[in-house]
Design a protein. Structure first.
Lengths: 320, 320
C-alpha cells in the first residue's frame, strides 16, 4: 500500500474501505508494512474536532450494547460515529473469547458509523501501542465521536485513559463491582460512571449502588464530584442524561483538552521510542548477541540471571 | 550495606532482621544502593527447597486471611513460612489503600514465619521487577513455603505466575466472580481454585459456584481438571483439603518444576535486560538527547509524535 494524497483525503472523507485498509496496515506485524505504516502516520492531519471517549468496565457489563445505544442516539442528533472495539483474546490460548466480533448490531448497519474490532493480542486486554496508532488514524477521519472500548482489565483502563479525552466507567448492579470489590485505581480515572442494566427488576439495586458510589471518596474531585448516572440500553431510559453528562464534561474541559492530549502524546512517545531503541540495540552490536546468549543460557540453566545481567551491564558500560 | 559471606549465611539461616535489611536494599531506588543490590543478588545460592505459591484474587476476597490460616496450619505441621504481601497503592494518589499493612495477625506473631509487605508502587498492582528480586532473596532463605500475594488486577496475576511455582486463585461466593464476570485469562493460569468464606450462610452459594466452576471450559486441562475447593479461614473448614491439593500438585510436578523455573528466569531476564539497555542508551549518546528533546517538544505541541519517532529511527539507523 502506497500512501498517496488521495488516501489522506479519503481518510478525511471517512471512506470506510480506505479506513479498513489503513487499520489493517497499522495492525500488521509484517516487516514490509513498516515503512508505509510510518509514512501514513506522519502524514495524518494533526487537528481534528473528534471527541474520544473511552468506555471501560468489567466483562459482561454491557460495553458494546452501551456504545450501540449511545452511538445511535448521537446519529439521530446528526453526529458521525466511530467505534473501536477490542476483541478479547486470552493470554494462554490466544483465541478469541467472544466469537461474535461485531456486537454493535445497530451501529454496524448505520451509514453514519464506522465500527471496527481489533484483536487484543497477548496484552491481556491492554491497549497496545498499535491501537493508539489506529485511534490517531480514526481521529484524523474527523468523526464527531470516537468510542474506544477496552476489555476492562487492569492495565488496559490506564492505557485507554491515555488515548481518549474522557473515560466512562460502566458498572452493573449487584455485580460485586461495589466499593468492596472495585479496583480503586480505575475509579480514580473515571470521568463519568454509568450503572448499566437499569431495567425494571434491578431498579432498587441501581438506586442503592448509585447512592453508595456518590459518597465514595475516590469520586470526590477538586473540580466537583464525578457524575454517577444509570441507564438501560434496552429501554433507552437514562441515555439522554448520559449524553448530557458527556456534553457537559466536554464544555467544562475545552480549554484543558489540548494540554491533556499533548501529555498523552508524550506518554505514547515514551512507550514507542523505548521499543524502537530496544529493537535497534538488540538487532545489532555485541549487546544483541550477549542478550540472546544469556536468554538461551538461562533457559538451559547454564547461566544465572543476575550474573547474566552483570555481564550485560559491563558490556553496556564499555559502550554501545 | 556491604554484602559479606556472613550476610549470605544469615539469609540462609532465615535471620529476620538481615532479611528485612536486604529487602529494603533490593527495593531501594537510590543510585548508591545499586552496586550492593546487584552484589547481593549474584551471590545468592541458586538452589533451594522452597515451594513458591502465588495467591491471587479480587480485592476483598480474603487473600491475607487465607495465607494466615494456611500458613499457620503449615507451621503446625513443622514447616517454615515466608509471606510476601503487596500493599496496594493507587496509581493516581500513590497512597496506600489499606492502612493496615500487616494483616496476617497470626503469622506475624509466629517465630516460624517471616511476613513482609511491599508497596505495589505505580504498577497498578503489577509485580515489579524488584519484587522478583525479593522473591529470589526469600527463596534463598530456604523457607519450606513462600506465599506471594498479589492485589489481583490484570497484569499482576500474569507476573505472579512468572515468579511462583503454582498459582492459587481465590474467589468468593456471590461476588460476581462467576463465569460471566471473571477474567478468563486469569482462570487459565490458576493451578488450584479455592472458594473462600465457606461459612454457614453462604454454603449453598459456595456449592452452586463450585459446581459451576468445575464445568468451566478454561479449567479443563490436558493433565486433568483444575481442583475447585472451598474453605473457611474463620472456622478452618476445608483447610486440610486445600493443603492436600497443594501437596498433590507439588508431587505431580516435581519433574517439570526445574524447567518451569528456568523459563521464568528467562522471562525476568528479558524484562530486566530491556530496562538496563534502555537506561544506558538514554543516559548517554545523541539518542538520549534526541529522546528528551522530543519529549519536551511533544509536550509543548511543537513536535509531532510520529515525526519524532521518524527522527529517532534515523538516528538509530546511523548507529548508536
Amino acid at each position: 500500500m502506497t500512501i498517496t494524497d488521495d488516501i489522506i483525503r479519503q481518510i478525511q472523507g471517512k471512506d470506510r474501505s480506505v479506513l479498513a485498509r489503513c487499520i489493517t496496515l497499522l495492525e500488521s506485524t509484517a516487516a514490509q508494512h513498516r515503512y508505509a505504516s510510518r509514512d501514513l502516520l506522519t502524514r495524518l492531519p494533526r487537528t481534528s474536532p473528534t471527541i474520544r471517549l473511552g468506555i471501560t468496565g468489567a466483562p459482561g457489563v454491557g460495553k458494546s450494547t452501551f456504545i450501540d445505544a449511545v452511538g445511535m442516539a448521537d446519529i439521530a442528533n446528526g453526529k458521525s460515529i466511530c467505534a473501536l472495539t477490542v476483541d478479547p483474546s486470552s493470554p494462554v490460548s490466544s483465541g478469541s473469547i467472544l466469537g461474535d466480533k461485531t456486537r454493535m448490531s445497530q451501529l454496524s448497519l448505520s451509514s453514519e458509523a464506522y465500527v471496527r474490532s481489533s484483536p487484543s493480542g497477548t496484552q491481556l486486554g491492554g491497549l497496545s501501542s498499535r491501537s493508539y496508532d489506529v485511534i490517531r488514524l480514526c481521529t484524523a477521519a474527523a468523526f464527531d465521536y470516537l468510542y474506544v472500548e477496552s476489555v476492562g482489565v487492569g492495565q488496559s483502563e490506564l492505557d485507554i485513559a491515555q488515548a481518549t479525552d474522557l473515560t466512562i466507567l460502566l458498572m452493573q448492579p449487584g455485580s460485586g463491582d461495589d466499593l468492596q470489590g472495585i479496583k480503586k485505581g480505575i475509579m480514580e480515572i473515571a470521568d463519568i460512571i454509568v450503572i448499566t442494566k437499569d431495567d425494571g427488576d434491578l431498579a432498587p439495586q441501581v438506586r442503592h449502588m448509585q447512592k453508595h458510589l456518590r459518597s465514595a471518596v475516590p469520586l470526590q474531585r477538586r473540580e466537583g464530584p464525578v457524575p454517577v448516572l444509570s441507564c438501560s440500553a434496552l429501554s433507552g431510559a437514562g441515555l439522554s442524561d448520559v449524553r448530557d453528562a458527556i456534553g457537559g464534561w466536554i464544555a467544562d474541559h475545552t480549554s484543558s483538552l489540548k494540554e491533556k492530549r499533548a501529555a498523552q502524546e508524550s506518554y505514547w512517545y515514551e512507550k514507542k521510542a523505548s521499543q524502537l531503541i530496544l529493537d535497534y540495540v538488540l538487532a545489532s552490536s555485541t549487546i544483541g548477541a550477549a542478550y540472546r546468549d544469556s536468554l538461551t543460557g538461562i533457559h538451559d540453566r547454564s547461566q544465572d540471571i543476575y550474573q547474566a545481567l552483570d555481564h550485560l551491564e559491563n558490556l553496556l558500560r564499555e559502550g554501545l
